[in-house]
Design a protein around this ligand. Structure first.
Ligand code: F6R
Length: 609
């Protein structure tokens, strides 16, 4: 989604802004722009790639500026809607959505302001300008103006002849970077690694003033925040290599192949232990996880699919009822609150607006036992929850989530084992066995990755198809959903995931020779039932692509293609079986020539509803 970079420094900050925007490209965007002071305002904007903006900005020198990548919400992608938006010498960039913008716009139109875009952001620019009439101080004006905004925002503001930059956040991420030669702000740490590792994460309601040699932060209540007592300075551990492509062509490809190391890094948290400790989830975990009656998992998209797999594990191992709900539904539903329930938010980014709001909603209903499973430390969702488990997948840049998903699964399996232990349902031997199986995952995933050439050979047969069906049963049903999501988001082929047993209740009507059917067929208790379901497809001329285990038995027949995973992996098998589906969608997208890392209309971090 939208990205912000802001800088005030003794060096020329134009290359810093451009490099920062390049680092934010992965979030998804359709246009980009910068505004710099020399000391009057120069604004440059372009639709399309940051590289086009960089060409326009060539030769510009400035010490003070703001920059933005836009993912359209209000108004089509176009230069006139690209940020920054200006109001007489004042410029604003904004992430988020202002819900009361229409009402504010009417008021500002009546006051004589002329609007040149369709965005909600332009309202902010004029509103600050209007506020400045009665209060000449930019910081004070931003405070008063933002107090009138309803919705989510992170903004950066600059104005001609002013030595300060002002930034503010409410419901959208924003952090400050403390550099040697100046101060910086961005919506994502990766944009600032080029100039500093010292970061302060702003909290909701914070407004900060940045000068070359000083910063000040005022919190939601209007009190000055002390640094580091009230707002800690973090040393970012992200490495520049983590966000480089290196030997790979696409981030998605890199991230698929990084899964063994992402899993190994995540599992370092258990070392060689033979038993789990609830402390893995935080100091309050032993108390919060004890005596649990049920679990509610809230998430969106791929993270939701991880939750669906976890339901099978939690109910089977721990005997604790578990429900999984899409966050955007839960947050607006009149559900029945259960304060004894553990509420688990799963999110790669930790900033997904709906997941964050769903946790707030649960807490507002008295459900205080909250756990975040997240890949980004200090993110809003992590800070909102009482307990946390941080996956160590490293930055995920490709829009399609891959390594974040498999590390989420590892974390959720640990949760299931922990709850099973708390419930006294595991012998020491069983517990040690589960942990050993987890520790073996990086090696097992590595072996699955070796199937890439065979999967690539299949990909060409999908590229001209309009639709595809993914089937799975049991704890592989969510993997069928995930396989379908991966294929549709990056190759734009319409795909559906179904529990195989549901086929004859409707989707079988779609099956013909033009409908490839992909099936996950591990050698588990449901294999024979699944095979009967696949016969129903074969009988209708459907082309079957089956991902089986080394020991799943299939008779050869026309229209049936089988690829075997090297190991049969029991309960943790979904972690292995998702990998060939990620590779399949990647290679189909390559054949189709789509933008793998930045699929159309999608964004990496969904910070708006
Ligand atoms: C799909 C994908 C999305 C995200 C979803 C939630 O490949 O990446 O479906 O899983 O937007 O994002 P997080 O996990 O950041 O909350």
């Amino acid at each position: 989604m939208c990205g912000i970079v802001a800088a005030t420094a003794s060096r020329n900050i134009v290359p810093v802004l451009i490099e920062g925007l390049t680092r934010l490209e992965y979030r998804g965007y359709d246009s980009a722009g910068i505004a710099v002071l020399n000391p009057t305002l120069t604004r440059l904007r372009s639709v399309g790639r940051v590289a086009e903006l960089a060409a326009q900005a060539e030769g510009q020198v400035a010490h003070h500026g703001i920059a933005h990548t836009r993912w359209a919400t209000h108004g089509v992608p176009s230069e006139r809607n690209a940020h920054p938006h200006v109001s007489a010498g004042l410029a604003v960039v904004h992430n988020g959505i202002i819900e009361n913008y229409a009402e504010l716009k009417q008021e500002l139109l009546a006051a004589g302001y002329v609007f040149t875009s369709d965005t909600d952001t332009e309202v902010i620019a004029h509103l600050i300008q209007e506020t400045l009439k009665s209060d000449g101080d930019l910081f004070a004006a931003v405070r008063r103006a933002t107090a009138r905004l309803i919705g989510a925002y992170a903004i950066a503001v600059l104005r001609e002849w002013d030595e300060s930059l002002v930034v503010a956040r409410h419901g959208a991420p924003l952090l400050l970077g403390l550099g040697e030669d100046g101060n910086y702000a961005a919506s994502d740490a990766s944009a600032l690694l080029q100039v500093t590792r010292r970061m302060i994460y702003l909290e909701d309601g914070d407004i900060a003033e940045l000068r070359r040699d000083a910063i000040r932060i005022v919190g939601a209540g209007g009190t000055a925040m002390r640094i580091p007592e009230d707002r800690a300075v973090h040393e970012s551990t992200l490495s520049a290599d983590d966000v480089e492509l290196g030997e790979y062509t696409h981030y998605m490809q890199k991230e698929i192949f990084e899964q063994p190391q992402a899993l190994a890094a995540t599992l370092e948290l258990i070392g060689g232990a033979q038993a789990v400790s609830p402390n893995l989830f935080g100091v309050a975990a032993p108390e919060m996880l004890s005596g649990l009656r049920s679990v509610l998992i809230l998430a969106c998209g791929t993270s939701f699919h991880a939750g669906l797999v976890a339901r099978y594990w939690i109910e089977q191992l721990a005997g604790v009822p578990c429900s999984v709900e899409i966050a955007s539904e839960y947050r607006y539903r009149a559900s029945v609150a259960n304060p004894e329930q553990l509420v688990v938010a799963i999110s790669q980014s930790g900033e997904t607006a709906d997941t964050l709001a769903s946790i707030k909603h649960a807490k507002a209903q008295g459900m205080g036992r909250t756990l975040a499973i997240c890949n980004v430390p200090e993110s809003a969702i992590v800070r909102e929850c009482a307990l946390r488990f941080l996956t160590r997948a490293g930055p995920e840049i490709g829009v399609a989530s891959t390594k974040a998903f498999t590390t989420q699964l590892a974390a959720l399996f640990l949760l299931a084992v922990t709850l099973a232990r708390q419930a006294g349902r595991l012998s020491a031997e069983q517990e040690a066995g589960h942990l050993a199986a987890l520790r073996h995952l990086p090696v097992a995933v590595q072996k699955v990755l070796a199937l890439e050439p065979a999967i690539k050979a299949w990909a060409g047969r999908f590229a001209d198809k309009q639709h595809a069906l993914f089937l799975g049963r049991g704890h592989h049903y969510p993997i069928a959903l995930e396989g379908a999501l991966k294929l549709k988001e990056i190759s734009y082929i319409h795909a559906e995931g179904y529990p195989a047993g549901e086929l004859k209740h409707g989707p079988l009507a779609l099956v013909d020779k033009n409908m490839p059917v992909i099936s996950i067929a591990p050698n588990d208790a449901l294999l024979e039932k699944l095979k009967s379901n696949l016969k129903e497809v074969a009988a209708r001329g459907g082309e079957l692509y089956v991902f089986a285990d080394a020991d799943s038995v299939f008779d050869e027949e026309a229209g049936l293609h089988v690829l075997r995973l090297p190991e049969h992996y029991g309960l943790l098998s979904p972690v292995l079986h998702v990998v060939p589906l990620q590779l399949l969608s990647y290679h189909v997208a390559l054949v189709k020539g789509t933008d793998v890392d930045k699929p159309r209309n999608l964004a990496k971090s969904v910070t708006v509803e």
